[in-house]
Design a protein around this ligand. Sequence first.
Ligand code: 13P
Ligand code: SF4
Length: 340
Amino acid sequence: MVETTELPLATGERIRVRKPLPPAQADALSREILALKKKLNAVILAHNYQVPEIQDVADYVGDSLGLAQQAAKTSADVIVFCGVHFMAETAKILNPGKIVVLPDKDAGCSLEESCPADKLAALQATNPNFYTVTYINCSAAVKALSDVICTSGNAVKIVNAVPKDKDILFIPDENLGSWVMEQTGRPMTLWKGNCYAHVEFQQENILRIKQAYPAAKIIVHPESLREVRALADAVCSTEKMITYCKESPARQFVIVTEAGIIHRMKKECPDKEFLCAPVYDVNRMPGDSCRCNECKFMKMNTLEKLRDCMLKLAPRVEMDRATLDRARLPIERMLEISAR
Ligand code: 13P
Ligand code: SF4
C-alpha cells in the first residue's frame, strides 16, 4: 500500500503526493528485488522518469531509445520494465519469446490515448502516398500501422531518412512534430496529440526563471510547446539532457521535463546544480517541490509494485502474434537507421 500525503500548492489547490518510503523499508525491498532478479535471470530496465528508488535497483536507466536498444540486445529470460505500458510493449515486440512484466499495467500515456488505431487507419486511407513516422509513445496496434518508429532522441535522423517523394504523416505528438519540422525543413502532416504533462510548462514561468537565474542553461524536452522551446539553450531527449549537462561548462541548469530525471543528473554531476521547472504557478521558483511536473503515469510504479510483479511474474505484456510481428518491422527499421 503506497502512503500518500497532502501538499498545498501556492494556487490554493491541495494535491495528494506519494510519501517517500522510510529508508529501512526501501532498503529491505531493494534487497528482495535484487535477489529475485538473480533467481529469475531478469533484467530491470527503468525510464529516467521513474522514482529514485526504482532507478537505483535497475540494470539500466535511460530514455525510450536507450531502453529499446537494451531490450533488443538482452540475454535475460525475464524483462522487468519500469516505465509506462507502451515501453514494456516495445520490449515484448522485440522479444516475443521472453516474459515481460511491468509493475502497473495501467501506467498509460496521454499521447498513446490520443491516437486510436482505427482513427489512424482512416486518416492513412486519405492519402496513399503517406509515409507514417510514429513517435514510440503509442500502442502496438498503432506501431503495426506505421512505416517507421522514432523517439525524441532520434526523430530528426529518422525523418531525414524518409524518401524525399513521400508525404510524411507524423504521429501522435504535434509538439515533437513541429520541432522536427523546424530541424529538418521537411513538411509533415501532424496528428493533434500532446503530452499532458509537458504542455503544462508555460512561457511566462520559464521567462521568470531565466530572469532569476541568468547564468543557468535552460534545457527543454521537445514535447513542450513551441514558445517554451524558443527559450531553450538546448532542446533534447532525456538522455541527451544528461549528456548536455555533463559536457557543458555551465554550473547551473533549469530542467524543463518530468522531475524524475533530476535524480540521475544529481548522481552523475554531483558538483552541478539542477533546478526543476515548476508549471502551474508563475510565483513559484524552481526547486519548490510542487510535484506538478510529475507524469502521473510514470509515477504509478513503486518499489512495492516492482517487487510484486517479480514475485508473481504478473502483470505480463501479451499481444496477438500478427500485431507483434507487424509492429516489429518499424521498430527494427528505427534501430537500424539509429545505428548508422
Ligand atoms: P524520452 O524518450 O526523451 O525519454 O521521453 C519519453 C517520454 O515519455 C517523454 O515524456
Ligand atoms: Fe506520456 Fe507525457 Fe507521461 Fe511521457 S511524460 S509517458 S509523454 S504522459
